[in-house]
Ligand binder design. Structure first.
Ligand code: 0L1
Ligand code: MG
Length: 262
């Protein structure tokens, strides 16, 4: 690691204030060009520690930048991982206040819920499918705290991978009998399709994103516990939204989920 504990705590406070007060900041690698991956995840962990100390709870995990569409959109090549806390959760059909966000975008996600723990290294698609209780549709709202949604990988990891809100809905379906690679995904904004894709856009198979998360945590001596909800990553590029927009996600065989921005 290149940053000392005091700097990690200062950067965590800076990024969390930007999230909670909805203001944008310059990417932190401008002032800290030598920071490394461990520093980035340490800042992310410190933001979580601050939230837990205030009584928030972790309700899920996420993989991000797992599709070619997203990698191309953001100009990066590697998946990233983050956490989701209780106040990020919005009920199906519920409203999201844009005044609490900076420049939100939505992305369609295939969501996994595990029934058994998953631990890397060596976790693979087969282990993920065997440990999956069910999958369901989810809309993730991302809101990079960085100016103009422009960042590098270390800055975005420190910013908990732009996480801000998510909406789960539709049908919870067991994976047996579903080919997650060929599930069609349609994201609609104000009744018009704005992005379409299929599950295979996520690392060839969405379960590969969950395996990558298990392997990432395994390298840190951690695991994905049984009963964990995980967003496997946007199937398509993310779509900008503003107050007044309605968003609906349909996933073949899994039904639909929606939200409204006010
Ligand atoms: O969930 C995501 O794919 C977000 C990853 C972070 C990059 C971004 O803000 O698009
Ligand atoms: Mg996402």
């Amino acid at each position: 690691m290149k940053l000392n504990q005091q700097t990690i705590e200062q950067l965590a406070e800076h990024l969390e204030n930007a999230e909670l007060q909805a203001f944008e900041v310059v990417k932190i690698t401008e002032a800290h060009p030598d920071m490394d991956w461990d520093d980035a995840y340490a800042i992310q962990a410190e933001i979580l520690r601050r939230k837990l100390a205030r009584g928030n709870r972790v309700v899920g995990l996420k993989a991000g930048l797992t599709s070619r569409g997203k990698m191309k959109q953001m100009g990066v090549e590697t998946p990233v991982f983050g956490w989701l806390v209780d106040y990020f959760s919005v009920p199906d059909g519920g409203e999201i206040k844009t005044s609490e966000l900076i420049h939100p975008k939505v992305e369609p996600e295939i969501v996994f819920v595990t029934k058994r723990a998953l631990k890397g290294p060596g976790c693979h698609i087969g282990a993920v499918l065997a440990a999956t209780d069910f999958v369901m549709p989810g809309i993730e709202i991302i809101d990079s705290r960085y100016k103009d949604f422009k960042f590098d990988l270390k800055s975005v990891i420190a910013d908990n991978c732009s996480s801000t809100r998510f909406v789960l809905g539709g049908q919870a379906a067991p994976v047996a009998g579903l080919d997650l690679r060929t599930l069609g995904v349609v994201l609609e904004k104000n009744g018009e399709p704005v992005a379409v894709g299929a599950g295979a856009a996520v690392l060839g198979h969405p379960a590969a994103a969950i395996a990558a998360l298990a392997n990432h945590l395994g390298a840190r001596g951690e695991e994905i516990p049984a009963g964990t909800m995980i967003l496997s990553g946007g199937v398509t590029e993310a779509v900008a939204v503003q107050a007044g927009d309605s968003v609906n996600l349909r996933i073949q065989s899994l039904g639909s989920v929606s939200t409204r921005f006010i």
